[in-house]
Design a protein around this ligand. Structure first.
Ligand code: ADE
Length: 247
């Protein structure tokens, strides 16, 4: 998978793409990341990339020409891309979208800055607009990194253990159960006894119960999508006497 990233701040990507699992994936050629400075595609003397909004108002808007020239340049090198603008106006990113993006062989990610990007870029030159959450960042760079991270770890070989992406939260609409490691007691807080029992079936049942419980408590929206089995309903009733109702 190739990620071409268009940004005014290429330096922001250095460490995240070098460290840890992403860094290894780059090293091993499982993903390729290329960071391009939008300013290099501005041809006037001062390499201007933004301008005042038509109609007035605060802030500056990113001009369409440098971005579209960068897209045209990139269009000529490599496999056909899917072009995504990171923007708080986009559709909300989630695990399902991350998984669907793994089908592309190349993603071009456009990081907006200032008050936004000229709407014609979004409308006529991109395939998709994605927001990573209902809050406004100073720019699309951190959002792009999150997208690269979430998509990359789903690419076979990046995590090593193929089963682990199937098991986790959001593949099913359920949060993960709590995990513990040594020591058995830490500052007076003990690991739940059941996890030390060696009874795998009982442990799995406890974990399922905890996952159901925390999903119901913390993410009623996910819990509402869950098709709870009769065993799930029994489990919740055992834990706190409330099988399926919303908090
Ligand atoms: N740029 C600024 N805020 C953003 C967000 N929430 N998602 C994606 N891009 C952004």
């Amino acid at each position: 998978m190739i990620f071409d990233i268009l940004t005014l701040f290429p330096g922001m990507f250095a460490a995240p793409l070098r460290e840890s699992i992403l860094g290894k994936a780059v090293e091993r050629g499982l993903i390729q990341t290329r960071v391009h400075n939008i300013r290099d595609f501005a041809h006037d003397k001062h390499q201007v990339t933004d301008d005042r909004p038509f109609g007035g108002g605060d802030g500056m808007v990113m001009k369409p020409e440098p971005i579209v020239e960068a897209l045209e340049f990139l269009g000529n090198i490599g496999p056909p891309p899917r072009i995504i603008l990171l923007s708080p106006q986009g559709r909300l990113f989630n695990q399902r979208i991350a998984r669907s993006l793994t089908q592309a062989s190349r993603l071009i990610l456009i990081c907006g800055r200032y008050e936004g990007v000229d709407e014609r870029v979004a409308e006529y030159f991109t395939d998709d607009q994605i927001s990573i959450g209902d809050y406004v960042l100073t720019g699309g760079e951190l959002a792009a990194m999150i997208l690269v991270d979430a998509v990359s770890r789903l690419i076979p070989g990046v995590l090593g253990n193929c089963a682990s992406t199937e098991e986790e939260s959001f593949t099913k609409p359920l949060l993960e159960y709590p995990q513990y490691t040594r020591p058995q007691e830490f500052r007076g807080h003990r690991v739940p006894d059941i996890l030390l029992s060696g009874h795998h079936e009982a442990i799995n049942r406890w974990r399922r119960g905890q996952a159901l419980l925390r999903t119901r408590q913390r993410r009623p929206d996910l819990f509402a999508q869950l098709h709870a089995t009769p065993e799930d309903i029994d489990l919740l009733r055992e834990i706190d006497g409330r099988p399926t109702e919303q908090p």
